[in-house]
Design a protein around this ligand. Structure first.
Ligand SMILES: Cc1ncc(COP(=O)(O)O)c(C=O)c1O
Length: 407
């Protein structure tokens, strides 16, 4: 009977807020179109190449791999070790050193992308503490909201930007932490806040960590852009701040951006317990969740990262590749601010305060549609644009288009 069809009582959902825009961009026949929608790094030619170190690692893997047998539920132990090293490396310390406060209380799990790690973190919270509410910044990466909603937990929003959009509303953020219920969780972007580009300073992270610990809030640190802000170690200030205060927290890391391994779906969840035994207990629950979701992770992306990070020469080359991406992004940001001024678009100097790939123009839907329809410039909600998609050729065009829609 048609009435019993699974599809009978549902309507189609709208497309994803980011992937949906990219699909529309691809279908646009205009040759001068500019894709500033998706959060992937692009070079001056507008492409997202495979890193040289990744190519070399894959060449080695092709020559040396002997099996495709399953990895353990928590992932490849060699991958987990190098990821622990990169997430918890003290400032100024040699490779392989860990922050003393780690002291055996960090367990790691290999996940399909940063998204898999965030989903796992949220599932862990709802599994162990169903009454917990999960706080996200307003605005944030739309998938945070979607993941929390899908988990069944109540999503709560806290402020991120000051009214003028130029800086972090630290007072508002701390007030939200102080007002949350003990046991709630809060997803915090470690660096390169998506979509605003505005991050806490290291001193502000210490304040945030102190308030979260005092209130009994579980931080879920979304670390999707390590190395794209100020540097691989510098960008981990949030992780170090939460380690120092000694409480439990989770870190969702992604290899999509800094290794450009977008389609390999490689990430990691770090589980920081109050002590080693707490971390082991939490890991056992995470493994039970993994077993019924993806069972054990896809291997190739992790093997590439192991190959790169375990070889001092390849690791040094990769650090240079990350530096080159970060520098180009920062240069583009400065060039955009200058081009907007030259185009008579008004004062956008606050965009220079941001770091990472995103800048927020704060446009309404009609302005975003005009950018797309009249100027073939694609940005996502609120006018978030990917500064990595700018090139010396398209910057003046984009700046003029923005000037036209804000006039
Ligand atoms: C803020 C944020 N978190 C997490 C991710 C997860 O990335 P992935 O699942 O591709 O590793 C992204 C990707 O765009 C992101 O922007």
């Amino acid at each position: 009977m048609a009435g019993s069809n699974l599809s009978a009582r549902v309507q189609a959902l709208p497309g994803d807020p980011i992937f949906g825009v990219v699909e529309r961009f691809k279908a646009d026949p205009r040759p001068n179109k500019v894709n500033l929608a998706q959060g992937v790094y692009m070079d001056e030619s507008g492409s997202t190449p495979i890193l040289g170190t990744v190519r070399e690692a894959e060449r080695r893997l092709l020559a040396s791999s002997t099996t495709k047998v399953y990895k353990p539920i928590a992932g490849d132990p060699r991958y987990l070790e190098v990821m622990r090293a990169i997430l918890f490396r003290p400032a100024g310390a040699p490779w392989g050193d860990l922050e003393p406060a780690v002291s055996g209380r960090v367990e790691m799990v290999q996940t399909p992308g940063g998204t898999g790690a965030i989903r796992l973190a949220v599932e862990l919270v709802t599994h162990l503490r169903p009454e917990a509410e999960i706080w996200i910044s307003e605005p944030t990466w739309p998938n945070h909201r979607q993941i929390v909603d899908e988990s069944g937990a109540v999503a709560r929003q806290h402020t991120w930007l000051s009214a003028d959009g130029a800086r972090l509303d630290i007072e508002g953020l701390l007030a939200a932490i102080d007002a949350a219920r003990p046991g709630d969780a809060m997803i915090l972007h470690a660096s390169c806040h998506n979509p605003t580009g505005i991050d806490p300073t290291p001193a502000q992270w210490s304040e945030i960590a102190a308030h979260a610990t005092a209130r009994g809030i579980l931080p879920i640190i979304d670390f999707a852009y390590q190395g794209f802000g100020d540097g691989l170690v510098e960008d981990a200030a949030a992780v170090r701040a939460f380690l120092q205060v000694g409480g439990e927290f989770l870190v969702a890391s992604s290899g999509s951006k800094n290794f450009a391994l977008y389609d390999e779906r490689i990430g990691a969840l770090a589980i920081v317990g109050a002590d080693a035994s707490a971390a082991t207990t939490l890991l056992s629950h995470v493994k039970a969740l993994v077993r019924t979701a993806w069972s054990n992770p896809p291997a190739h992306g992790g093997e590439i990262i192991v190959e790169i990070l375990s070889d001092p020469k390849l690791r040094a080359e990769w650090e240079l590749e990350v530096t080159a991406m970060r520098t180009r992004i920062a240069d583009n940001r400065a060039a955009l601010v200058a081009a907007l001024a030259a185009a008579g678009a008004g004062d956008w100097s606050h965009l220079a305060n941001g770091r990472g790939m995103f800048a927020l123009l704060n446009l309404d839907d009609a302005q975003i549609a005009r950018l797309r329809d009249d100027h073939a410039v694609y940005v996502v909600a609120l006018g978030r644009l990917n500064v990595a998609g700018l090139t010396s050729t398209n910057i003046p065009v984009v700046a003029k288009a923005i000037a036209a829609v804000v006039a």
